[in-house]
Design a protein around this ligand. Structure first.
Ligand code: PMV
Length: 325
């Protein structure tokens, strides 16, 4: 009753931004991401008859509180699927870099937990079923079941049975690289959960965001199919800016950007003006991810590292889907 799974994080090129159902996590828009090889979580789940509660060890430290509660609530879903509702587990996870590289670890974390947990308890799910289950731990995690370019189809059903991720192209299709630019200073964090909720409920720009998704999705899929980097980057950067614009219209207004965030954005635009194709995208935090092609890796890294206020730059290639160890 023990299994180990490894899952990689992903960066959204078309963002998931808003829920239509908070309890089973159903989104208000479809999204599309690239799975990254550099950042991953390896999780072992061991269900044992003699346990009276779950335990969760992250990077060799016992976890309590809210993070523990999210894990045990998610294990309840796995127990319910299997019918073994009184069986508890020892969960132990190792996060490779994600937090240090400015990535939320929830995407790789819940994808690894869902995969190892279902395998350990003996529930056999298809990738789409696994993606639907993973979605209920953290929305963006449902895309990390697959490698390469992945779409989370929002679906329209109220029970979520049509809201899952599917692979658009595998990681071998196109070597698009991502530089994770981590800023040295931090600021008070508004979680993605709280940020999207406030935006959906109060921002007059939110409907504009939703209206723009179908065309962005169509354009980015054709860019991926044709390996058109300029088009991919242009759509991803514009989609990111539209998402962040909704937060400025929220009540109370907020932004995830820091002064250094803007400096990185300007540097990326300057690189383009100087003939280096590079584009940025930003999630619910101040750090910036920069898309570039392998032939420009050295120049992009050097330029980004020179920016005052940047702590470090970590590079990543397209990564694979979940694997079992
Ligand atoms: O799945 P969550 O709750 O970590 O939300 C992710 C939201 C964004 O990172 C901003 C966008 C995305 O699609 O990953």
């Amino acid at each position: 009753m023990k299994a180990t799974a490894k899952a990689h994080t992903n960066i959204a090129l078309i963002k998931y931004w808003g829920k239509r159902d908070e309890s089973i996590i159903l989104p208000t828009n479809s999204s599309l991401s690239l799975t990254l090889d550099g950042f991953y979580t390896t999780t072992t789940v061991a269900f044992q008859e003699d346990l009276s509660k779950d335990s969760f060890i992250l990077n060799d430290q016992s976890v309590e509180g809210e993070a523990y509660q999210r894990v045990t609530n998610f294990l309840d879903k796995i127990r319910n699927l299997s019918g073994k509702t009184n069986l508890y587990a020892e969960v132990s996870s190792i996060n490779e870099v994600p937090t240090a590289a400015g990535f939320a670890s929830s995407a790789s974390g819940f994808a690894a937990l869902a995969s190892a947990g279902t395998r350990a308890i003996g529930v056999d799910l298809s990738d789409e079923e696994l993606s639907r289950l993973t979605r209920q731990g953290s929305g963006s995690a449902c895309r990390s079941i697959y490698g390469g370019f992945v779409e989370w189809e929002m679906g329209s059903r109220t029970d979520g049975k049509d809201s899952q991720a599917v692979q658009i192209k595998p990681e071998t299709h196109w070597d698009v690289r991502v530089a994770a630019v981590v800023l040295s200073s931090t600021m008070k964090k508004i979680s993605s959960r709280a940020g999207m909720k406030r935006t959906v409920e109060t921002s007059p720009f939110y409907t504009g965001w939703l209206d723009s998704i179908p065309n962005d999705m169509k354009e980015i899929k054709s860019a991926i199919r044709d390996k058109d980097f300029e088009k991919l980057g242009t759509v991803a950067e514009s989609n990111c800016l539209k998402m962040h614009a909704t937060t400025l219209g929220a009540n109370p207004p907020f932004t995830y950007w820091h002064d250094t965030t803007l400096r990185v954005m300007h540097t990326v635009q300057e690189m383009r003006a100087n003939g280096i194709p590079a584009y940025f995208t930003i999630d619910a935090g101040p750090n910036v991810k920069v898309l570039y092609l392998p032939e420009n890796e050295d120049r992009v890294k050097e330029k980004l590292q020179e920016i005052p206020g940047v702590d470090r730059v970590t590079l990543s290639k397209p990564g694979p889907g979940v694997t079992y160890l």
